[in-house]
Design a protein around this ligand. Structure first.
Ligand SMILES: [Zn+2]
Length: 403
């Protein structure tokens, strides 16, 4: 299993200049390597391999100082990036996908990646060098090839075997990502489970009836963002003030994204660790399809359920817990008590589910969360969901009840 640790980096002005120059070089290299592949592909569907390009880089480095004065590890990982993009493209071509997604030339690259090599000790043992030098003070130092040491704020130690380092420029500064290889965690035997229903009214409702309100970060910042956007549109394109306005907008957008990430990560962690559930079940929603509803698109994107499911999945994998997703059909229309499906679809404004068959009155999200949990329990036992059985057996009863 791979774990990534993220730290804030504080390069000096001179170091920042070097890093920007390096980003430009990597961009040129990436576009050059991509061009080479695209031309060969267009010429006769010939695919250039990763090793062909790495060998080509070796010749380039031997021939000119333009290439040899930049770190080789970074250049190799740029080539790997191009390779991955082209492999995905070729796979889509083979599958006959409608959108092939031709790899594009980039106008800018924002991150530098390099892998950490193993060094041979005198005893013959091969050890990977740690990328960070500890100073014992507030800021530790990150070793960057050909540049030297960059100050980083290492707020926690990384664990495992460090394999790869990425230095990334975001709107609010530089960040370091250290990818470490750690041993896999064994899955625990689930003793408690909970169903989770996500929504736009409340962010989530558990099958215990607990609710987490939706913080609506985008809605809160919407006016601020609109103001910044307006200011940007009124500036002369690519003037000094235009760039300033662009930076301000990017910073605000970054703030919203970080707030959302923080909230989602904490909510997912709470479910597993504070509430103590060993297994969490959610719906298998497709937010990309749901945002096609133009009335709800903004709210759905702001809630970012996809990100929440990804986090649950990741935490379950990391801490040896369980996370399942079940089909979402009819979870909010079915009674969790008697499994009878209501023919009426509830409007979003109606918060109460009222079953005409057994008289159950329950909050609609709580009802859906219970259904999700039962559905997962049935799936685990290998049964078809109880509703379907109930419906086929009692069709006459169903008609009598709801008509
Ligand atoms: Zn009922």
């Amino acid at each position: 299993m791979k774990r990534t640790f993220k730290y804030r980096a504080n390069p000096t002005q001179a170091q920042e200049r070097w890093l920007f120059a390096e980003l430009r070089h990597q961009k040129q290299l990436q576009n050059y390597m991509l061009q080479m592949r695209n031309q060969m592909w267009d010429y006769g569907r010939i695919s250039v391999s990763l090793y062909d390009q790495i060998n080509h880089l070796k010749h380039l480095r031997a021939a000119t100082s333009h290439y040899s004065e930049h770190p080789q590890d970074m250049q190799v990982s740029t080539i790997k990036r191009v390779n991955a993009a082209h492999e995905h493209f070729q796979r889509r071509c083979k599958e006959g996908a409608e959108k092939k997604g031709y790899p594009r030339y980039k106008s800018s690259v924002r991150s530098l990646t390099w892998s950490l090599r193993k060094h041979k000790l005198k005893t013959g043992e091969r050890v990977r060098q740690t990328p960070i030098r500890e100073t014992g003070r507030r800021q530790n130092l990150l070793k960057v090839p050909k540049l030297g040491e960059v100050k980083i704020r290492q707020h926690r130690r990384f664990i495992g075997d460090p394999k790869e380092v990425t230095l990334k420029k975001t709107a609010r500064g530089w960040y370091v990502f250290i990818v470490c290889e750690v041993p896999d965690t064994l899955k625990c035997v689930p003793k408690s489970a909970c169903g989770v229903d996500v929504g736009t009214h409340d962010f989530l409702t558990t099958s215990e009836g607990e609710k987490v309100p939706n913080p609506r970060f985008y809605r809160q910042a919407e006016r601020k963002l609109a103001k910044l956007q307006r200011e940007l549109s009124r500036k002369q394109y690519r003037s000094r003030r235009w760039y300033k306005a662009k930076d301000a907008l990017a910073k605000q957008s970054d703030i919203v994204a970080c707030q959302r990430l923080d909230f989602i990560a904490k909510t997912a962690y709470k479910l597993f660790h504070h509430n103590g559930f060993d297994a969490v079940v959610a719906e298998n929603l497709k937010p990309s399809n749901m945002v096609k509803n133009r009335y709800l698109a903004k709210s759905i994107s702001d809630a970012s359920w996809g990100m929440f499911f990804d986090w649950c999945n990741w935490l379950a994998k990391r801490d040896g817990k369980h996370f399942h997703q079940v089909p979402p059909q009819n979870t909010s229309q079915t009674c969790s008590e008697c499994c009878q499906k209501s023919p009426i679809t509830l409007k979003l404004s109606e918060r109460l589910f009222h079953c005409k068959s057994c008289g159950l009155k329950l909050d609609r999200d709580h009802n859906a969360a219970l259904n999700i949990l039962y559905r997962a329990a049935c799936a685990l036992r290998g049964e078809v969901w109880a509703t379907i059985l109930y419906e086929t057996r009692n069709q006459l009863l169903q008609l009598a009840c709801w008509s």
